[in-house]
Design a protein around this ligand. Structure first.
Ligand SMILES: Nc1ncnc2c1ncn2[C@@H]1O[C@H](COP(=O)(O)OP(=O)(O)O)[C@@H](O)[C@H]1O
Ligand SMILES: [Mg+2]
Length: 256
């Protein structure tokens, strides 16, 4: 099973949008996927208007079982929703030492049920985000073309480097994904150069970018990932191309 975390320590760069669309992409390909919301703002259930009976925080604090917490959106796409209860779960993780075994423990039932877990993380490096990174095999980093977003991307890379140094397992930066590209605003040379430098330093490629497109918002109004709601929109074609490349990369990494 592929364990992929979507992370950038800056908010608003497209983590949630990318996580929802990648999970939807896998489901389209009939690969069973568990989408996990580690952000205590609970954006995934808000955006998709899900009404789960139980949430991630309750699973972490042993107040509900794995199957009680999983919301079945359809046959191939299940969601473990987050909300404010994740804040409380953070102290449980903190007390447990927040290493990879912590998250592995409560996500163990996922192992035999899904082809992938896709984790949407929050912007700050709280215990739940650190635990998600420690659990992951791969990290996908969405970046917008501004210096704070690049800084947020570097911070994730540095955390991964430190986790790899201290742990027994290698977490791999799968790729960087430029998001919300607006061709009318010429992207600054500085940001481009910055992303190239980070990509070289951490030996991870840059995927083809995702344009800014109002279709994303129309998808949200329809409670759906844009690739599902408007597959022909420019942003959907961008996501499909990027995710095809990501899939090939992950297959290559798995062979390594
Ligand atoms: N390609 C895009 N085109 C237009 N709006 C987008 C695009 N990607 C994301 N957005 C919007 O940008 C905002 C931030 O995206 P989000 O995925 O929530 O970022 P994060 O999870 O990193 O905070 C949201 O309002 C989202 O709908
Ligand atoms: Mg988000």
């Amino acid at each position: 099973m592929i364990r992929l975390v979507v992370a950038n320590q800056k908010g608003g760069v497209g983590k949630t949008t990318t996580a929802i669309n990648y999970a939807s992409y896998l489901a389209k390909k009939e690969r069973r996927c568990l989408l996990i919301d580690c952000d205590c703002q609970g954006a995934i259930s808000l955006l998709l208007r899900l009404t789960p009976k139980h949430v991630l925080g309750e699973l972490v604090c042993h107040r509900a079982t794995f199957s009680e917490c999983v919301f079945e959106l359809d046959e191939y796409l299940h969601v473990l929703c987050g909300d404010q209860q994740t804040v409380e779960a953070q102290s449980a993780l903190w007390n447990a030492g927040q290493d990879k075994s912590t998250m592995e423990g409560f996500l163990a039932p996922a192992e035999s049920c899904y082809a992938a877990t896709v984790i949407d993380s929050g912007p700050s490096m709280e215990p739940i985000q650190a635990a998600a990174l420690a659990y992951a095999h791969y990290v996908l980093i969405p970046v917008t073309m501004d210096l704070m977003s690049l800084h947020g991307a570097s911070s994730v890379c540095e955390t991964v480097r430190l986790l790899n140094k201290s742990g027994d397992r290698r977490i791999r930066i799968a790729a960087f994904l430029p998001c919300q590209i607006n061709q009318r605003l010429s992207i600054t040379r500085l940001a481009h150069d910055g992303l190239r430098r980070i990509s070289e330093a951490y030996e991870a490629p840059v995927l083809p970018g995702i344009h800014i497109d109002q279709a994303v918002h129309r998808g949200i109004l329809a409670r759906k990932a844009v690739i599902e709601h408007e597959p022909d929109a420019r942003v959907s074609r961008d996501y499909m191309l990027a995710f095809d490349q990501l899939t090939n990369l992950l297959a290559r990494y798995e062979d390594d």
